[in-house]
Design a protein around this ligand. Sequence first.
Ligand SMILES: Cc1cc2nc3c(=O)[nH]c(=O)nc-3n(C[C@H](O)[C@H](O)[C@H](O)COP(=O)(O)OP(=O)(O)OC[C@H]3O[C@@H](n4cnc5c(N)ncnc54)[C@H](O)[C@@H]3O)c2cc1C
Length: 651
Amino acid sequence: MPPAIVGHDGPLTDRQFLLGDTPTTFGRRQDSTVVLTSERASRRHAEIRHESGRHVLHDLGSRNGTLVNGRRVTSHVLQQGDLITIGDEQFRFLPSDDAATIHSASPLPQTPEPVLRVAVSGGGPVGLSFALLLEHLMGSRVVVTVYDGRWAQEGARVVWKGQDQGNVRRQQVVTVQSRQYLNLPGPVQARLFEPGAYSEMWPPGPDSIKGHAPRNLRISYIEDTLLEMAGEKPDRIRLVPARFDPDSAKQDHVLAICEGGRSRTRERFTGKFGTADSSIYSLDGKHLQDVVLGLRVKSDLPDAMSVLLTVAQNRYLLNALGGEGFLNMRLTDEEAEEVVGIDPVRRVFEECVAASPCMMGRTGDGDFHCSTHGTLFLPALIKGSALWRRVREGLAMFGVAEHNLSAVTAFRLDMVQRPRFTARLYAPTSSAPGTYGFLLGDAANAIHFWPGRGLNSGLASAISLARSLNQAWRGRAFRDADFIRHEAAMAMLQYRHKSRAWQAMVTTDADGVTHAIKDNIARGCASTPAAPSSDAQVTADLDTLMDRLASIRGRLSQRVSGLPDDAALRAHLARLSAETLRVLVISDAWDTVVMGGEEVDIDIFYREEPASAPAGEPVWAPRLASEREQHTRLISRSAARSPQPTAPAPR
Ligand SMILES: Cc1cc2nc3c(=O)[nH]c(=O)nc-3n(C[C@H](O)[C@H](O)[C@H](O)COP(=O)(O)OP(=O)(O)OC[C@H]3O[C@@H](n4cnc5c(N)ncnc54)[C@H](O)[C@@H]3O)c2cc1C
């Protein structure tokens, strides 16, 4: 049996690490041979090298030092029984014979640490990112099984079902912040951000790390890329093209529920995660819901102009990649009732675009047709429909030629407050390992997409859980305490992103009364006077919009190039109808002052201690005289209780 070190005290007690010819490294870095969790260990702390037939321990310039038998060392030739102390963890060195003796005589596990078994229900962008992240962090210590009902088996590969199998791929463009994408594994970033696959339309902001701007990607492209990458790791990521059966979760240590906003598995475990509360996202006791019409378009406007026009009002929002994307239109309640699909014999189908987000593509005749329900989009068929006229105004405003509108869909958006995101679903038994369940992505926090942070919040939740599991897995059943950081990160994400999105659903007037933006839009539609009395109103509205645009342009000019000048803006707006101008004014600009500010930084929960602390210094140092006195008393009391300290007290 080759020489080894054996965990003596700490989380790795009794774990045996055989020493070979390559260096054995100790540290908090996840790629160390011996991964330490002690707060006092450095990321790269020490290593044992095989030099001229001996095993030599080297400290790698660690902050708190490496001790052998209680003495600090920089290099030390290891002898039988040497006790190595790193932070709060201890190891014994055992040359060959002793390693054999220990191995046969002690109750050490004969097999390596049990593998963490993780089930992921839902293989959307969050479920797949989570699987890839976990595999990246934990390597052979984990096996992940991902289930999705929108997948099909094609030979040896798992692929997305096509439209003929009832799966309409999502072509929406999402904006991902660098705070999230820079935390994805390097190979995932490299594949996602191939040239031409993304654009940088929005300016950098507080969520932009090291000046890296937010990036626009199509959801279907994100899903294709992640599924392909997950399929390349069959030993560690199993892809199951089927809906998840919640009762099968008992055999796994972890169930990550990533099924999106309408998750059934989450509802099955309501008793564990608690009931969602809609009260704080309600007005006058009524849960506020927006209906948004999604228009798949190709816009000819430059990105800078689109950004400016989007932020200056709350009726239309364009999110595109090279001009192609979705123009979203916030509807009034009255307009929302018009959003229906109708069959050729004039029977209304509530189950179509009005209820589920069916995508109605344009036919050769110029109609919009749902291939699932065989319906046509009613507003486009009715001559003189007010809604369709307003759709066309939106197209004109965002430089979309009518033939460049290729599909119509609708989204219903509301928000709820969730009490918790982590729950023990099953206790460990003699035949089952005990299962912890987690809500991630839209299953945890479905967020109104108008200011757009749903996927960002979902990716942050996946990053947080992957890090927590990697740190906490010791081959034993988990405890609630293992997930306090993750649960805190989830609460922060919920607070920040939902309160931001709420500011995009309502406005508060000068008297302090809060109104739904959709109701203000309805007021704008109703209040437009007929010509010629509207001329003065038109001029006033144009002036208001121009003032607003100039002020936003001033704020963006440092971060966005190619912004249009006053003449270009005025000429552009002058093409719009009096009603549209009125609605744009009354819907108000994005309240970036209220929405802006500090962003959620989940790294604070998983961050290394500051590297600048001098060697041997405790991270916490008493500042006040009274604190110092109390600290000294505590230290002398604890020193008196431990007669033979193995390590000197920190200086
Ligand atoms: C128009 C629009 C624009 C948006 N813009 C932005 C933006 O700019 N920025 C941003 O951050 N976010 C944006 N979002 C939000 C973003 O798209 C979502 O937050 C994100 O897709 C959520 O990912 P998810 O994986 O949690 O859920 P989903 O994408 O909903 O995926 C859930 C997956 O689970 C599967 N599933 C469901 N139930 C089961 C089951 N029982 N068993 C197995 N599989 C199941 C589904 O088939 C699906 O594949 C936007 C959304 C929309 C609609």
